[in-house]
Design a protein around this ligand. Structure first.
Ligand code: ATP
Length: 413
């Protein structure tokens, strides 16, 4: 096994070579400080699945802050230390940071609470984790480089494609693990182990229902960032978890499930925001009152709440827009968040929405406020009227060149 892990860790298509170098720095430094040092969690899981790994969390049996300080001294960068938890983040450079954590054990004072932690061994640290597939570590200091620690048989569960909790109270201690279990199940095509499935029960939902909106929303954010997000939302509904924190939380409309990973075409000029897209598609067919209350419960950001409400309004009004001219469409759409317009276009394919996003919204008049000043028109609300009228004329094809625009201006004055 050791050999296999070493091979995977040296594979640049799984772990880019600059990350391998970073790992070597950390491994050498911790060895010189006699500090057993491990990479834990998702890194080991994904490496064993032969999937590219992104980041790594480092756990040391010792003082993670001291290790961080030594790394900064030798290799530069900056350190942010959290003395209360003996953890640190090493900001290696602009796009690279590493979490350095002191191995710890956790106690949950009451179900759903954030845990109380104290320094401990790697074995305890592994046992406080959520699932066996996330409870593996690989040691990296000195001669130990590449040694796998798998006390809970995570490797076997990876082979069996199983998401297994580590103890019977897991979902009660922390019901956000229900979301996590579903994420792994749907992401990797695994099965939640039958006993664990039974533990996703009314009792865990009651605790889930008491969690802060921010904690629950964070879990939805993670889901909507996934490729299989629509399957995950369906699965949450199937297991009864959606109703747990809002009595009216809607199921997803199956018609939209293919749209969750739509990449916004460049011509739309809108940045890809898969998470926001996910929320909008999910809530698109819900009544406004329900959306308001969900947005409060899940503590939506102002941007997200505006975008969701805007798409609902627009969807309801759309049938009345049929005979609108481009200028009337534009006047209505100019104030709507672009992502809301885009989502409505995705589901309706209404041509005018695309025209607005790709063309109409960019239409500008040649004549500007400065030209109006130069013509001696007294500044005031009249400026806006004139410029809006001129823009409408461009949009509707009433003027097609600068000469015609000037002629129209003369008529307006
Ligand atoms: P992903 O690919 O989903 O990001 P990850 O394993 O990197 O997977 P993180 O959320 O970054 O996930 O968590 C890192 C590790 O911390 C996990 O692998 C797991 O061991 C542990 N962990 C995270 N959340 C919990 C939790 N709620 N309960 C117990 N352990 C957790």
């Amino acid at each position: 096994m050791q050999k296999d892990l070493l091979r995977l860790m040296r594979n640049p298509s799984l772990l880019p070579s600059e990350k391998q170098d970073l790992l070597t720095h950390i491994a050498n430094q911790s060895a010189s400080m006699n500090m057993p040092c491990y990479i834990v969690g998702g890194f080991v899981r994904d490496l064993l699945l032969e999937k590219p790994v992104k980041d790594f969390d480092i756990v040391v049996e010792g003082d993670a802050i001291k290790l961080g300080e030594a790394l900064v001294k030798k290799h530069g960068g900056k350190l942010t230390a959290h003395h209360k938890f003996s953890t640190a983040i090493w900001f290696v450079h602009e796009n690279e940071f590493v979490d350095l954590i002191t191995a710890r054990s956790e106690v949950y004072e009451h179900a759903g609470a954030l845990p109380t932690v104290k320094p401990s061994t790697i074995d305890d640290d592994i046992r406080r984790r959520d699932f066996s597939i996330n409870a593996m570590a690989v040691r990296i200091d000195g001669d130990h480089f590449g040694e796998l620690l798998d006390p809970l048989n995570g490797q076997n569960d990876l082979k069996e494609k199983t998401v297994r909790v580590l103890h019977p109270h897991s979902f009660i201690d922390d019901p956000t693990r229900i979301f996590r279990a579903i994420r792994y199940e749907q992401r990797y095509g695994f099965k939640i182990e039958p006993n664990a499935l039974k533990m996703i029960s009314q009792e865990s939902f009651e605790i889930l229902s008491k969690l802060s909106g921010e904690r629950i929303r964070h879990e939805f954010d993670l889901i909507f960032a996934e490729v299989n997000s629509s399957k995950m939302i369906f699965r949450l509904g199937e297991l009864g978890a959606l109703g747990a924190f809002h009595h009216q939380l809607p199921e997803l409309n199956e018609k939209y499930s293919e749209l969750f990973n739509s990449k916004t075409p460049d011509e739309f000029g809108i940045s890809n925001n898969q998470v926001m897209l996910g929320y909008l598609l999910w809530l698109l067919d819900s009544p406004m009152e329900m959306v308001r209350s969900i947005s409060n419960r899940l503590d939506f950001s102002a941007d997200l709440s505006d975008a969701v409400r805007a798409v609902l309004h627009l969807k309801n009004e759309l049938p009345t827009f049929a005979d609108f001219r481009p200028s009337t469409w534009t006047a209505r759409l100019d104030k709507v968040p672009l992502i809301s317009i885009y989502v409505l276009w995705l589901v309706t394919k209404e041509a005018a929405l695309k025209e607005f996003l790709t063309k109409w919204r960019h239409v500008k008049t040649n004549i500007t406020g400065d030209d109006l000043i130069a013509r001696g028109i007294a500044p005031g609300p009249r400026y806006k009227e004139i410029l809006t009228r001129l823009r409408a004329a461009w949009l509707d094809g009433e003027v097609k060149n600068q000469m015609e625009e000037k002629e129209l201006l003369m008529l307006l004055l």
